[in-house]
Design a protein. Sequence first.
Length: 449
Amino acid sequence: MSKVSIFGLGRVGLITAVCLADRGIEVAGFDVDEKKMAQIARGEAPFYEPQLEEMLKKSLKTKKFTVSDNPVQVIGKTDTTMIAVGTPVDRFGHLNLTFVEEAAKLVGKAIGKKKDGYHLVVVRSTILPGTTLSTVRRTLEKASGKKCGEDFGLCMSPEFLKEGTAITDTLKPDRVIVGAYDQKSAAHLEKIYREFYGENPPPIVTTSLSTAELIKYASNAFLAAKISFINEIANICEDVESADVLDVARGIGLDKRIGSQFLRPGLGYGGSCLPKDLRALLRFAKDADLDAPLLVGVGKVNDTRPVRATKLLEKSLGDLKGRNIAILGLAFKPETDDLREAVSIKIVKRLLRKGASVKVHDPVVEKQFREIFGDRIYYSNSAVDCVKNTEGAIIVTEWNEYTHLKPKDFTQHMKKPIVIDGRRALNDPEWNNQTTVQLIRIGAPSKDR
Ligand code: UGA
């Protein structure tokens, strides 16, 4: 069995670690954040992800997963090192490679001290095409005093994990990408994946380092494009008598060439990945003097979604100044406590600019929202409390508990029951043919619009 070390115990690194350990592969982890490492060593997951904490506890108990603050020791007892550190992007799309370079330096130094045998370095961080071959390889060679392709191997293997289903996505991926510097590196990583996936491995696509890097960006850009596409169709549906975007999505999605996933209409995509990766790819194209009108359009459509939510409200309610508005759902998607690039932030900022009073509710996110808005808004401890005395409500995140809300949950408490269902979340049969709530659903015709 292979022995793998992982540098960077964030979402990707830690989830990869516990999954590898679960399948019997010995994993040693390292992170520059000592507090986080201590927390992990105690069996506490530093972020929420279903199944993670129990798998972490188990892997520590069986000693298949260990953490150490000594990178030389961590690398010394393994034959492969994965780099899974963050790659933040500024608002202009410039990628910050500091963490990748620092990790490569530490890994390089440790490889330099290793006496025995060949070592494979695998980049799992999302970085732009060409970065592994140039920056990472050069940093590793300089820090180790060794030669890539001779003394150590180099691969780039992007991750495709979604928050909320990251464990299943790792254990049962649709495919695995092995971008490799040379054949020896590819064979080494393919062997690890075969050990990990056993009898039924997913398709493995072996390619160059830069192609692997681009596959990650193209994949996220395509997913973002699907979402913006269906949101644009949703706008059209709203102007057509009796056209419903959910039926359009089903009707086109059953065509295998199109596929049914990522066609859920809404108020736009958020999170730490799709917006950031699209921005970085656009910047990459711009710096290379390339036009990318399709990708530019994908971002533009997404930027209009929060505006659309408030416009729909204004259409029914008029001027928002002095109005009480409820926001249901703050996280960038359900089943996560993540607020990064969440649409809710943009909508609340817009409402405040327009002079509205805002009440918010989310089943898990509150503290981080308080850090942004402080006491400028009111925080409710239930959906019903949130809509109390308001004149308009917007469903921004489709948490399960909102999908069960009925018309009376709004009529009994709101001053004026106007509800914008920004995620097509309300699906209780009582909503069919009801007339007590003025319900405006994204992508559905509305008599009142
Ligand atoms: C995304 C990709 O889906 C993963 O494959 C990728 O590995 C990950 O980024 C990454 O690069 O690390 P994630 O950001 O966790 O995963 O979340 P998604 O499930 O993709 O959702 C992103 C946003 O799109 C959310 O705001 C969600 O509400 C929205 N969305 C998603 C829609 O509006 N409609 C859909 O049909 C699907």
